[in-house]
Design a protein around this ligand. Structure first.
Ligand code: TYM
Length: 331
């Protein structure tokens, strides 16, 4: 059975981008593959969270994983820092990761631009840690959104380089995966790019948002004065709302609003209300489970401990073999 690995950083509540880009696939894949889904708390250290914040965010991602339908009996759910073998593999892979290629990674360049005062080595070698996450379980499929595609390419590069250096075929090649065959990028409500935790207030719809908050955020989305010519191309901010509809609404609904737009009869208030209603319906089952799961500290502890044990068993096997390949021998 093929092995699947993916993770989400513990940097806040999960949003529709995380859900449709990643978690929805996790939930489907757990029935067909040997799955490892983790909470990337080591990755979140690049922005120096306080201990209290770090822990609260790890806990909320765990709760939201479970509320979204990841089943700890089917998939291994674990916290990245519970598996120190990941950090060991990261160290080995770092010896074969070069400054130039790391500096060229789009995510690194974006982070440098956004926060030039915090260009730390962890940020630079972020794709190496990600490769270690994947290679530690020798995964071949990695369910992620479009923004992670380059990181997957780098994971293949680092795995192949290790194989070549030690003349082995030890690591298989991991590929980004989405059931719909294309990787997705869910736009944010501001019409300027992807939905993200740090893209500004009101840009993201969180799985834990109440119906009232969802309605308020969608109503605030930017629109223009309306179409002035029949069948004209939609401006970005309007196309954006239609793109979000494609994610949560029925095809008939989209056709209906498309027709209204094309014949200049659209009322953006109606479009937004429909979009918000469909988002509320799409997230309802998850939202409703969050409070119950959050209240069950025993269950959360059990899930995290079970996952840590299972993930470590797999990781220890890999690290033992990697150590032998590298040439670490006991006297
Ligand atoms: P992170 O925490 O930024 O996002 C988690 C997952 O959600 C997806 N995603 C989106 N997909 C579509 N549209 C969006 N607007 C959107 N926003 C986020 C991301 O593509 C990702 O799949 N580096 C990773 C975490 C990670 C990881 C790994 C993933 C660490 N190690 C190993 C896979 C395998 C990250 O920062 O994702």
């Amino acid at each position: 059975m093929e092995t699947v690995v993916s993770g989400i950083r513990s940097t806040g509540n999960l949003h529709l981008g995380n859900y449709y880009g990643a978690i929805q696939n996790f939930v489907k894949m757990q029935h067909e593959y040997n799955c490892y889904f983790f909470i990337a708390d080591l990755h979140s250290l690049t922005t120096h969270p306080t201990p209290a914040n770090l822990h609260a965010n790890v806990k909320s991602v765990l709760i939201e994983y479970l509320a979204a339908g990841i089943d700890p009996e089917k998939a291994t759910i674990y916290v990245q820092s519970d598996v120190p073998e990941v950090a060991e593999l990261y160290l080995y892979l770092n010896m074969n990761a070069y400054l130039g290629e790391l500096e060229r990674a789009t995510s690194f360049k974006d982070k440098v631009r956004a926060n030039p005062d915090n260009v730390n080595a962890g940020l630079l070698t972020y794709p190496v840690l990600m490769a270690a996450d994947i290679l530690i379980h020798k995964a071949t499929k990695v369910p992620v959104g479009k923004d992670q595609e380059q990181h997957l390419e780098m994971a293949r590069t680092f795995g192949n380089r290790f194989n070549r250096l030690y003349d082995s075929e030890y690591f298989p090649e991991p590929y980004a995966f989405n059931f719909s065959s294309n990787l997705v990028k869910i736009p944010g409500l501001d019409g300027k790019g992807k939905m993200g935790k740090s893209e500004g207030e009101g840009n993201a719809i969180f799985l834990s948002d109440s119906p009232e908050v969802i309605m308020k955020k969608v109503k605030r989305a930017v629109t223009d004065a309306g179409p002035t010519v029949e069948n004209q191309t939609k401006p970005d901010e309007i196309q954006n709302l239609f793109d979000l509809m494609k994610v949560v609404s029925a095809p008939d609904t989209i056709t209906h609003f498309d027709n209204l737009y094309n014949t200049m009869q659209i009322r953006y208030g109606d479009l937004k209300k429909q979009l918000a209603d469909d988002m509320i319906i799409a997230t309802a089952p998850i939202r409703e489970r969050i409070a119950d799961i959050a209240a069950d500290a025993d269950y959360l502890r059990k899930v995290a401990n079970l996952g840590a044990d299972k993930a470590r068993e797999s990781a220890q096997k890999t690290i033992k073999e990697v150590r032998e390949i590298i040439g670490f021998k006991r006297f």
